[in-house]
Design a protein around this ligand. Structure first.
Ligand code: ADP
Ligand code: MG
Length: 519
């Protein structure tokens, strides 16, 4: 062949290969993980994220931080995905997973510098991850946590989340109550729990509503604000004069004809309220518009009616009360009606909310979350959802383990012990994995203001003495103590997922030695 070079990529593509590609990817991944380190644990700090258009989010939640951060680097993006997967699969532990992934990358970088082949690192990490999973399995405290343990799991996930120390206990109880309401022998129906936020009151005013809340307005202020033992109709129709009848071409040549036309219209409109009143309905949700004349008839009938109800709310009302949607009032029958113990309209500042409690068709519950400002309720909503997820995971997905870094110390010890029997350079990778897991207790120590090296030494000593120990943060300080005694528990599923997703992402990044970007 001649000396002609062959070009297979367009001139615009950028290509980075070998060590350069690896080190740039690893640095990007480490940077992402670094950015959430200070938020880990109950003494973790919050971040304020300001978007292009000036929206402000204040949060301590790893997944939210990374999601808001507008990260572009492709390898860094893979760490964002770790947090996303963690959030989707178990709903908590996102900071833990990102920090671990970053540290696995950092240790891999050292191994690469010592000429350990990427494939060896990948194999070693996978093997270590399996040992870690076995260590978690062996150290599950309760596969079927009791009420007190569930409460502790909820509290551990909520402390330090802007919910306030005092409120955290009550909120945790509300979370456990909500989960127990929708829990059957088949498991927890997590989708049956909604969090509805409303600013304007202290967080301690948060309560559990045994039903659903929808944000809809009454058709008229003259209608009642509530109904007990209510029969509920859902109508998907505009209660107006039908277009065909008010044809623009309507030829009116004398007053009689005009009166006749108006009368026909009025009669047609009167039919709507009459048809509804003939059924047992007390409360009506209408997705369409309602003519003023129909509205006044409905007031006279003493009905509580909501118009222009949006699709999601129609779904929620139908699911809770068992009401079927009816396309035309003419066909509405008692069989179509749903029912609820009570429907009530309550006023909050400028908003009116409809509480539908004791619906006949479902056990759906709503946590009605209060907070003094928009930022507070947003963070409370995130933390309630995390807590609902962890309590669900603790009940449905394999129980709980000791938190506050205790399970991580156990994992690291186990991996280090078993590394000894692994041959060749792979042993170095397995040991590196164990060292990487130590970053979690170390970071907890840093964030609590403890000396991280002393803390790790004390933790290991306690474990060697046969007690499970973690870095329990109480008030302003941290102490080395038994997390189970102090009620700091995490779901095993959160730890399992963190190990898996961090291992996946870091090994995927280590394997890449060629980045081709087409611009
Ligand atoms: P993540 O996004 O990983 O859930 P968090 O900021 O929620 O991050 O911190 C979770 C860690 O904090 C877990 O390891 C948990 O065991 C620990 N933790 C929770 N409560 C306490 C406590 N009172 N003392 C020490 N550690 C705690
Ligand atoms: Mg958490």
């Amino acid at each position: 062949m001649g000396g002609q070079p062959m070009f297979i990529l367009s001139e615009d593509s950028e290509r980075t290969r070998g060590d350069d590609a690896q080190s740039s990817n690893i640095s990007a991944g480490k940077a992402v993980s670094e950015s959430v380190r200070t938020t880990l644990g109950p003494r973790g700090m919050d971040k304020m994220l300001v978007s292009d258009d000036g929206d402000v989010v204040i949060t301590n939640d790893g997944a939210t931080i990374l999601d808001e951060m507008d990260i572009e680097h492709p390898a860094a993006q893979m760490l964002v995905e770790v947090a996303e997967t963690q959030e989707e699969e178990v709903g908590d532990g996102t900071t833990t997973a990102s920090i671990l992934a970053g540290e696995l990358l950092s240790k891999a970088e050292n191994l690469l510098e010592d000429d350990v082949h990427p494939t060896t690192i990948v194999e070693g990490y996978h093997e270590a991850a399996q040992i870690a999973q076995a260590a978690i399995e062996d150290n599950v405290i309760a596969t079927e946590p009791d009420d007190e343990q569930l409460l502790q799991v909820a509290e551990s996930s909520m402390t330090g989340k802007g919910t306030g120390e005092l409120a955290a206990g009550d909120l945790a109880q509300t979370v456990v109550d909500a989960v127990q309401q929708v829990s059957t022998t088949d498991g927890v129906d997590r989708d049956a729990i909604t969090v509805h936020t409303q600013v304007g009151a202290a967080t301690s005013a948060t309560e559990l509503v045994e039903g659903v809340i929808v944000d809809e307005d009454r058709l008229s202020e003259e209608m009642p604000r509530s109904a007990e033992d209510a029969a509920i109709a859902i109508i998907e129709e505009d209660l107006e004069v039908k277009e065909s009848n008010i044809d623009a071409e309507y030829q009116v040549s004398n007053v009689d004809q005009l009166n006749a036309a108006i009368e026909a219209e009025t009669e047609q409109l009167a039919e709507y309220a009459k048809a509804i009143a003939e059924t047992d309905a007390d409360v009506v949700f209408i997705d369409g518009d309602v003519d003023d004349r129909v509205a006044s008839d409905l007031v006279k009938e003493g009905l509580l009616v909501f118009d222009g109800v949006d699709g999601d709310d129609i779904d929620a009302v139908g699911a809770a009360t068992g009401a079927s949607r009816v396309g035309s009032v003419e066909t509405l029958e008692n069989d179509d009606l749903g029912s609820a113990d009570s429907v009530s309209v309550e006023k909050f500042a400028d908003d009116e909310l409809v509480f539908i409690e004791g619906g006949a068709a479902s056990e759906a519950v709503t946590i009605f979350a209060r907070g003094s400002t928009e930022h507070v309720v947003d963070e409370i909503e995130r933390s309630l959802n995390d807590a609902l997820d962890v309590v669900t995971a603790a009940l449905d997905a394999g129980g709980v383990v000791g938190g506050a870094g205790a399970i991580e110390i156990i994992i690291a010890n186990q991996v280090r012990d078993e590394a000894a029997s692994i041959e060749g350079r792979k042993q170095l990778a397995v040991e590196a994995f164990a060292d990487a897991v130590d970053v979690l207790p170390r970071t907890l120590a840093e964030n609590t203001g403890m000396d991280p090296i002393d803390a790790l030494v004390d933790l290991r000593a306690a474990h060697d003495g046969g007690t499970a120990a973690g870095l329990i943060s109480e008030g302003q300080t941290g102490t080395v103590a038994d997390p189970i005694e102090h009620g700091v528990l995490d779901p095993a599923a959160v730890k399992r997922e963190a190990i898996d997703s961090a291992t996946e992402a870091s090994t995927m990044i280590v394997r890449i030695d060629d980045v081709i970007a087409s611009n």
